[in-house]
Structures are given as structure tokens and as C-alpha cells.
Design a protein around this ligand. Structure first.
Ligand code: FPP
Ligand code: MG
Length: 305
């Protein structure tokens, strides 16, 4: 189902260029380290200004609202060859297609997040098979591996490049799950949640410090693994997903009563918290298949995510 969707997806590069960045609008006061002032912009983003001597200047502007809007405006439906409201379910198990790749994920991540400190190692590996823990559905790594396979079909790669790319999809899948897990470990601290996936939250099982550090450690080792992929554009796109995750969490924590009733705000927050990581990792899979950043395939992969 995924493959035809991608093969037949088509969007313009003009839209692609608008779908770039979900920038977080937090500026730090150079002395106190605090945000000097933030203001809501008409486009929907927040702008932080920094008191810089006697001058105030714009530090950063969030483009997330326009990113979500541009992605939502892209219609890929006329290219679809399968309609879930009409057609029978396709006789294919997407999880089965990449089962071998996913079977190796736990061991690969545990290998990445082995540190000198015992508690740090155990808490970081908590959702990757260490002890009696739940692993989750692995939706993100499955998506990345499938997107890699699908975009490879449209790519101009020789056998050696294909082999290298399929190893890279697996690496990217592990990185994506490490980032997702880090965000959940931190989220449970912020939400003071007792449980995760039917078991104890990491901060309850170990300590808040261990949970904060293990989330950081997962992110740090994910960054190292990301740089090992050797593709700057992928590092750039995945970095945007980190920023969007933080922005989504802030949007949730800081929303006003009006914003909580706004569908646009809800969709943008949900994009940041949930969809952005899938979008940027799907796009990154396409980049690893040697598609250009603004190519139809890469942008369709982002939209799909
Ligand atoms: C779960 O939301 C939380 C997320 C999907 C993202 C959380 C993001 C952060 C904590 C920002 C930090 C990011 C990194 C990369 C460390 P939820 O509380 O609505 O859902 P839940 O019921 O699963 O907890
Ligand atoms: Mg939560």
C-alpha cells in the first residue's frame, strides 16, 4: 500500500520550499539566559525578542503553522490507487515486510546506548529489551524501513549504493526510535506520569535525574549515529524534528483557553508532537535513497509521514 502511494505521489517544488522548518520561537536573554519577551505573530508563530544592549531584535520566528498549512494543502489523493473506504484491505502485512530489520533494532540500539554508568545504561535501554519492558509497536522504524524500500524503487542507485542505503535505512529507523523514546522518557517526567506502556515510567523505576539523563543520552547517541550516516541533509532534517518535538510540548504546556479550542492550534501542536518526527524521518529515508531535498519523492515522503 505504501509503495504505490509513494510512487504516484506528486507535489510541486514550490510547495516543498515552504515545507522547510518548524522553528521554535524561544530566545534567551544573553545575561539572564531567559526569554526576554515573546509575542504572537499574525501568521500564528511566536516571536521572541532579545534585549541586546538598548536594542530589541527578533531572535527566531516559528514557521510551524505555515508548514502544517502547506502540508495540509498538498493533495495526494488523486494519485492514490487504493481507497480504504471502497477497496478491500491489501493482502500484505507491512510489519512483515521489514520484520528482519525490526528484529535487529533492540540489539542495535542497546549497542549504541551502552555507557560506563550502569544506571544510565539500564535506564536508556529500558524500552529496548532490557528487563521485562514493553517495546511499543515500532511504527516509526517500520515506516522508515518501508519508505526506504519504496523510495529506492524510484532511485537511480547501483547495487553497491542500494546495499549501503538499506543499511542506512536500518540505522535511521533505530535513530528515529531512540529520539521517540527519549521524548517519551522526558514527557513522563514533565507529565509526572507513573506508567508507560503498562509498566513503570523510567523516572519512577530509577529517578528523575536518571530519566532526564537517559533521555539526553539517547539523544546524544542518536546524534552520533546520525552523523555516522554521513549525509548532512539527513542530519539537518532530523534536527528539525527535534526542534518540532520541543515546540509541540511547549505549545501544549503554554496554550491559552482560546488556543485549546482552535483546530489549527491543535493540528499544529499534534504535527509537532507526533507527526513531525515521522515526516522528517520519512523524508530522510528518501534522501538516503539519493533523492534531492526538494524532489517530488522526498516531499511526498515528508507529507506521507
Ligand atoms: C507524549 O505526549 C509526548 C510526545 C509525543 C513528545 C514529547 C516531547 C518532549 C518531551 C520534548 C523533548 C523532546 C526530546 C527529543 C527529548 P502525551 O503526553 O500527550 O502522550 P502520552 O499519553 O503518551 O504521555
Ligand atoms: Mg504524557
Amino acid at each position: 500500500m505504501l509503495i504505490p502511494l509513494l510512487l504516484l505521489s506528486c507535489v510541486t517544488s514550490a510547495v516543498a520550499s515552504r515545507c522547510g522548518v518548524a522553528r521554535m520561537a524561544l530566545g534567551m536573554d544573553s545575561v539572564s539566559g531567559r526569554v526576554a519577551r515573546t509575542a504572537r505573530r499574525s501568521g500564528g508563530g511566536r516571536v521572541a525578542t532579545l534585549v541586546d544592549g538598548s536594542e530589541e531584535r527578533v531572535v527566531e520566528e516559528s514557521q510551524t503553522f505555515s508548514t502544517v498549512s502547506a502540508l495540509n494543502q498538498m493533495s495526494l489523493s488523486h494519485f492514490r490507487c487504493h481507497d480504504i473506504t471502497v477497496d478491500p484491505a491489501p493482502d500484505v502485512d507491512p510489519f512483515g515486510l521489514v520484520a528482519d530489520d525490526i528484529a535487529r533494532l533492540n540489539a542495535e540500539v542497546c549497542n549504541e546506548v551502552t555507557g560506563k554508568d550502569e544506571v544510565l545504561t539500564a535506564s536508556s535501554q529500558h524500552f529496548f529489551g532490557a528487563g521485562n519492558t514493553r517495546e511499543g509497536k515500532r511504527v516509526r522504524p517500520v515506516l522508515v524501513c518501508l519508505m526506504g524500500q519504496a523510495t529506492a524503487l524510484l532511485a537511480d542507485m547501483d547495487t553497491q549504493q542500494q546495499q549501503q542505503a538499506s543499511e542506512q535505512y536500518r540505522g535511521l529507523a533505530a535513530i528515529t526510535e531512540m529520539i521517540h523514546t527519549a521524548s517519551l522518557v522526558h514527557d513522563d517526567v514533565l507529565d509526572a506520569a507513573d506508567t508507560r506502556r503498562g509498566g513503570s515510567a523510567v523516572h519512577k523505576l530509577y529517578s528523575t535525574r536518571a530519566a532526564v539523563m537517559s533521555g539526553d543520552f539517547l539523544l546524544a547517541r542518536a546524534s552520533v549515529a546520525l552523523s555516522r550516516l554521513g549525509k548532512t541533509e539527513v542530519v539537518q532534517e532530523m534536527a528539525k524534528s527535534l526542534e518540532a518535538l520541543v515546540q509541540g510540548e511547549i505549545m501544549q504546556l503554554q496554550s491559552t483557553a482560546d488556543e485549546r479550542l482552535s483546530l489549527e492550534y491543535y493540528l499544529t501542536k499534534s504535527y509537532c508532537k507526533t507527526a513531525s518526527l515521522m515526516a522528517f524521518s520519512c523524508k530522510s529515508a528518501a534522501l538516503l535513497s539519493h533523492h534531492e531535498m526538494d524532489s517530488e519523492v522526498a516531499v511526498a515522503a515528508e507529507k506521507f509521514g
